[in-house]
Design a protein around this ligand. Structure first.
Ligand code: NAD
Ligand code: SSN
Length: 418
C-alpha cells in the first residue's frame, strides 16, 4: 500500500506542488522538489518495513536451558503534529515510518497548510490505506493548542507523539505527553552556524550559503542563522555573496522567474523586520538589501527583501533568535578555537555547516559542533537516507534513515524455558 501511495504521489506531483505553493507561498520549483522529497520517505519506509527484524540472543544459563529472542512490534496509535514550512515532507517523514511499523496514526497539520495534508490523505486512501489507519485532524491555532494537543496527549490509547515545530510548543507537548508516558520524538527549532575558514573554496561557500539561507525564503529549521567568516576572507565572501544575491528574484511562487516567495503571514514579515531593526540599532551594518518591484509589492504578498547584515556580534538579536526569513547575518572570527566556542554558545543544536579544505579540521570541527547534523563543504543535507534531528533544545529522536522507523517500534523480549 505504501508503494502504491508513493506512485499516486508521483503521478499527482504537479497538483500537490500547486497546492503547496498556494498554501505556503514557496516557488513552484521548490514545491515540486518538496513533492519528490515527501514521496521519498514513503518509498524508503515501504522498503524499511521489510527490515524491522528482532534478534536471537545466546542463552546465559549454564545448561543452555532457555531460548531468548526479541520481536519488533508497533508502538501503538501515533499523534503526528506538523508545521507549515514543508507541509508535505514533514507529514510523510512521520506517516511513512508510523505506517511501515504497523501503527495507525492521526496527523494534525498546521492551520496555515491543511490542504496539503488532506490531499496526501486522499491519495493514501486511493492507494488502499484504510481511512482508520491514517486520519487527518485539522484545527485552527487556538483549537490546536487548547483541545487537540491536550486531548491527544491525555488519551492513553495514543502511545507515541511525533512533533515538528517550535521549541516552545515541543516543550508544552512533552510536558502533556509525560502524564501518559508516551514515547516522544521532537524536531524543534535551530540556530545553525555556517563557518567559513580561510582555506575554503569561497565560491562554493557562497553557493552553499545561498542554498541554505534562501530555500523557502529562509523559513527552514536548518537554515543558516549565523555566518562566521575568518577575517582574512571576510570581505571577499561578503562581496561575492552580495553579487550572487543580486540574481535572486522575489515574487509570486507561480511566476517561473521567482526564486524567493513570500513569508507565511504578515506577522512573520513584522517579526523579521523587528529583528533586523533591533540588530541595526545595536551596531550591525545593513550591507545589502534587495529591492522588491512595485508590481510585486502591490500584489499584496508578505514579501521580505533578501538582506545582508555585517559587523554582527554574538549578543545581537539576529544571532540570538531563529530568524526564519531571508536575512544573512555575518560576523568575523580569528581562530578555530574561538569560532567553535561561539558556534556552540546557543541552547539549540540542529544543523551546522563548515567550509574548509583541511581534512583534519573537517574531523575536529564536525565532531566538536554541538548539533545533530553537519554539512561539510555542502549545505544540501536533507534526504530520506540521512538521520535528521537535533540535540539540546532542537529536539530528541531522528527522522528518515533506518533510525526513523525505530522511533515507531517497541522491542519485545521473549524468554523461553525448554
Ligand atoms: N527540527 C525540524 O525538523 C523542524 C522542521 C520544520 C520546522 N521546525 C520548526 O518549526 C517552527 C516553525 O513552525 P510553526 O511556526 O508551524 O511552529 P509551531 O510550533 O507554532 O506549530 C507547529 C505545529 O504544532 C501545532 N501546535 C502549536 N502549539 C501546539 C500545542 N501547544 N499543542 C498542540 N499543537 C500545537 C501547530 O498548530 C502546528 O501544527 C520553527 O521553529 C522551525 O525551526 C523544525
Ligand atoms: O524545516 C525543516 C525541515 C527541512 C528539511 O527537511 O530539510
Amino acid at each position: 500500500m505504501l508503494t502504491r501511495w508513493y506512485t499516486r504521489i508521483i503521478e499527482n506531483s504537479d497538483d500537490l506542488a500547486a497546492i503547496a505553493t498556494l498554501e505556503a507561498g514557496k516557488p513552484l520549483r521548490e514545491a515540486k522538489g518538496e513533492v519528490l522529497y515527501a514521496a521519498s520517505f514513503i518509498q524508503f519506509f515501504a522498503h524499511e518495513a521489510l527490515r524491522s527484524t528482532g534478534d536471537t540472543i545466546p542463552s546465559p544459563h549454564p545448561q543452555n536451558k532457555t531460548r531468548l529472542w526479541t520481536v519488533k512490534q508497533p508502538v501503538g496509535p501515533c499523534a503526528l503534529i506538523t508545521p507549515w514550512n514543508f507541509p508535505l515532507a514533514m507529514a510523510t517523514r512521520k506517516i511513512g515510518p508510523a505506517l511501515a511499523a504497523g501503527n495507525s496514526c492521526i496527523l494534525k497539520p498546521a492551520p496555515e497548510t491543511p490542504l496539503s495534508a488532506l490531499a496526501l490523505k486522499l491519495l493514501a486512501n486511493d492507494a488502499g490505506i484504510p481511512n482508520e489507519a491514517f486520519q487527518v485532524l485539522t484545527a485552527d491555532r487556538e483549537n490546536a493548542k487548547d483541545i487537540v494537543g491536550k486531548e491527544l496527549m491525555a488519551d492513553m490509547r495514543i502511545r507515541k507523539v511525533s512533533f515538528t515545530g517550535s521549541t516552545g510548543a515541543g516543550i508544552a507537548l512533552m510536558e502533556q505527553a509525560a502524564k501518559t508516558v508516551k514515547r516522544a520524538s521532537m524536531e524543534l527549532g535551530g540556530n545553525a552556524p555556517l563557518i567559513v575558514f580561510n582555506d575554503a573554496d569561497i565560491d562554493k561557500a557562497v553557493e552553499g550559503c545561498v542554498g541554505a539561507k534562501f530555500r523557502n525564503a529562509g523559513q527552514v529549521c536548518i537554515a543558516i542563522n549565523r555566518v562566521f567568516v575568518q577575517s582574512s576572507v571576510h570581505d571577499t565572501f561578503v562581496n561575492k555573496l552580495v553579487a550572487r544575491m543580486k540574481s535572486l528574484r522575489i515574487g509570486n511562487g507561480f511566476d517561473s522567474n521567482t526564486t524567493i516567495g513570500p513569508l507565511i503571514t504578515p506577522l512573520a514579515v513584522e517579526r523579521v523586520q523587528s529583528i533586523v531593526n533591533a540588530t541595526i540599532a545595536v551596531g550591525a551594518q545593513l550591507t545589502f538589501q534587495s529591492t522588491i518591484s512595485d508590481a510585486v509589492r502591490e500584489s499584496g504578498g508578505n514579501f521580505f527583501p533578501p538582506t545582508v547584515l555585517t559587523n554582527v556580534t554574538d549578543s545581537m538579536p539576529v544571532f540570538q533568535s531563529e530568524i526564519f526569513g531571508p536575512v544573512v547575518a555575518i560576523s568575523k572570527f580569528e581562530t578555530e578555537e574561538e569560532v567553535l566556542s561561539r558556534a556552540n554558545n546557543t541552547p539549540y543544536g540542529l544543523a551546522g555547516y563548515v567550509y574548509t579544505r583541511d581534512v583534519s579540521r573537517v574531523h575536529r570541527v564536525s565532531e566538536a559542533l554541538e548539533v545533530g547534523m553537519v554539512g561539510v563543504n555542502e549545505t544540501a543535507i536533507s534526504n530520506e537516507l540521512g538521520p535528521f534531528g537535533g540535540v539540546k533544545l532542537s529536539g530528541v529522536g531522528r527522522e528518515g534513515s533506518k533510525d526513523g522507523i525505530e522511533e515507531f517500534l517497541e522491542t519485545k523480549y521473549v524468554s523461553l524455558g525448554l
